[in-house]
Design a protein around this ligand. Sequence first.
Ligand code: HPA
Ligand code: ZN
Length: 320
Amino acid sequence: MIWPTAELHIHIEGTVESPFLVAAARRNGIALPTYDPAELSARYVFADLQSFLDVHYSNLTVLRTERDFHDLALGYLERSAAGGVRRAEFFFDPQTHINNGVDLAVVFAGLTSAVQEARETVGISADILLSFLRDLGPDAAEETFRAALPFRDQFIGVALDSTEIGYPPSLFEKVYAMAAAEGLHRVAHAGEEGGPEYVWEALDLLGVERVDHGNRALEDPALVERLRAERIPLTVCPLSNVALRTAPPALKDHPLRRMLDEGLLVTISSDDPAYFGGYVDDNFAAIEREMGLTSVELATLAANSFVASFISDEQRAGYL
Ligand code: HPA
Ligand code: ZN
């Protein structure tokens, strides 16, 4: 069954399917290791987060024009709407594109026009989260944030992604304070590869409203208690975790089971569906099949996603 859901942990750049990648590369005259989409996809076997990021960033040099960003986001919104997604809050990585020589105005124009078009054509509600690349450090994040301020009305919050270990949330306290002062929402990847202390820092120092992944929070009972007591959502990405080996190879052993048993506010997302074996409906199908979740548990996960989303209470009431 297709569950109506909100997708809250999705990198728009991670929706770049191989046929799209090849078409954009040809259009923009960018070299790829192969122009056979199947051959490209066959290379998507990863040892860890970094080995994925290396391929991911290398592929993203194909994105150059407003049309590229528009078509990428529209493709994702249409595909996910067909899979039950009614609301999407997607990340984009401005630094990747700026460093590839693309104007931020071009990126925003493409993404924002796709959000508007998809609302009209497939009825999906979507908003944009601006994500900082943690491995580029805090000064670059602050500079990026200042560069994005002229587009303040085109994104609803900030996020933190890329290489986790060695780049703790504490480095980004200042830029998150700047975002808070602008009235922006705040989320961060934490506890994907980094330990529970990364999750504590995201909560205490960055003031995040949701934790992206959060799997390793389970190692710290006091942290589990905090997440439960404050109803802090975790955006969990089961197929991603298996693909990047941040969870055991068999989904039946995924920490989602324990998160549910601990009474945490867990949601399901796809992360980078072009690389990890599917969209949010594919994640739901996989956890149903492999983990034997009951329909009550699956319905809870779907409902949690609307509870955790940054929509108005009025809009939320319409979904729940
Ligand atoms: N983790 C960190 N950074 C990322 C990810 C992820 O899963 N996907 C794209 N950038
Ligand atoms: Zn992610």
